[in-house]
Design a binder for this molecule. Structure first.
Ligand code: HEC
Ligand SMILES: [Cu+2]
Length: 353
């Protein structure tokens, strides 16, 4: 029997696609690699995933191997095509086999359950000595509220957005809330995903072994800019943690002259202060407006608007003020600003650090 050219062609296409998929999963420096845990909770999941995956591979090879073996060995060959097909021996099952292939999978699943359940409990616990942060997911960015907790140096509540700062090594206990729809908080190298559901408070743990920046994202489709709802977790060594807390708690100085002072006035005239809080300067937002990132220490961050733009790049922020709809579905709605106004607002925003 010769294979038809069309069949061969289809085979090549399938093989090509499969190889492309495999190769696409091969990045060695992917920043959101769940298989490279960098904290104790992520590692617990990884330690579970690896053996369970191995078991699944063994089962797969066994089952598929038996299928292939039977198909090949007992297939109808060309030399018996002329004869009528023989019926195989007719039996009513084999009790031994039936019991065997019921018990064996049950035992395997039982073992998987025994190692999984303690991890589920650990991930849902509230460890002693952990620090608290409330995370609020909303279209399409993350807000973080740190209550006062002197044991980690926080003597005045801190509010920030998109970049979650934590001390390295410390266990962080997150309370996750949503303002609108279901989101999912996911920093793959620090822990698994946790849904963020309106009307509920879900908790989650994070811990990073070493100082560093760990990127993450919303992992539950939440609307047009779901893919633009990213986040960063910045883990600090003790000295830089203290410095971050001190910076976040230091009061702002209100600009009194120059472009920045004019920007300060514009911030209200253009309606910015109706949505954005700036502690000690604009403390009241207008009722009914969508909630917006607290801009108090904006210029201590690296990224903005769901961490998709770089704050170091002046052009990015100016482009944002020119058209906040460049992020699809953005809830920041403002009138057209002139370039002069943008310069003034930019000068004011720069004082927020
Ligand atoms: C209707 C409410 C609203 C008004 C008015 C508004 N903003 Fe926004 N702003 C938002 C929202 C919502 C976001 C977050 C958008 C996102 O990431 O999807 C945002 C994001 C920002 C950010 C990025 C902050 C961060 O950390 O991600 C800056 C800076 C900003 N706005 C400045 C301004 C300025 C300046 C004005 C006035 C010209 C203004 N906004 C007016 C709602 C508003
Ligand atoms: Cu989301």
């Amino acid at each position: 029997m010769t294979k038809s050219p069309r069949l061969r062609r289809a085979g090549q296409v399938v093989l090509g696609l499969a190889l492309t998929l495999i190769v696409a999963g091969c990045a060695s420096n992917a920043p959101q690699d769940t298989l490279k845990p960098e904290g104790k909770y992520a590692r617990q999941i990884d330690n579970l995933f690896k053996p369970v995956f191995l078991i699944a591979v063994v089962v797969f090879i066994l089952v598929e191997g038996l299928v292939l073996f039977s198909v090949l060995k007992y297939r109808r060959r060309s030399d018996d095509l002329d004869e009528p097909a023989d019926f195989p021996e007719q039996i009513h099952g084999s009790t031994k086999l039936e019991i065997g292939w019921t018990i064996l999978p049950a035992v395997v699943l039982g073992l998987v359950a025994i190692v999984t359940i303690p991890v589920i409990f650990t991930l849902n616990s509230h460890p002693k000595g952990s620090m608290d942060i409330t995370v609020t997911g909303q279209k399409y960015w993350w807000a973080y509220d740190y209550p006062t907790q002197p044991d980690v140096g926080i003597t005045k509540a801190i509010t920030t957005a998109n970049e979650l700062h934590i001390p390295a090594g410390k266990t962080v206990y997150l309370s996750l809330k949503s303002k609108d729809v279901i989101h999912s908080f996911w920093a793959p190298r620090l822990n698994g995903k946790r849904d963020v559901v309106p009307g509920r408070v879900h908790t989650w743990l994070l811990q990073a072994d070493k100082p560093g920046v760990y990127s993450g994202q919303c992992a539950e489709f939440c609307g047009t800019s779901h893919a633009n709802m990213r986040l960063k977790v910045v883990a600090h060594d003790p000295a830089s943690w203290d410095k971050w807390v001190a910076t976040m708690e230091a009061p702002l100085t209100k600009p009194t002259s120059g472009l920045a002072a004019e920007g300060y006035t514009l911030f209200q005239q253009k309606g910015c202060s109706g949505c954005h809080k700036v502690d000690g300067q604009w403390d009241e937002v207008a009722a009914g407006n969508p909630s917006a990132p607290n801009l108090t220490k904006l210029f201590t961050r690296d990224c903005f608007a769901g961490c998709i733009y770089n704050l170091d790049d002046r052009n990015e922020l100016e482009a944002w003020l020119r058209n906040p709809q460049r992020k699809a579905g953005s809830l920041m709605k403002i009138g057209q600003l002139s370039e002069d106004e943008i310069d003034r607002l930019y000068a004011y925003l720069q004082t927020l650090k």
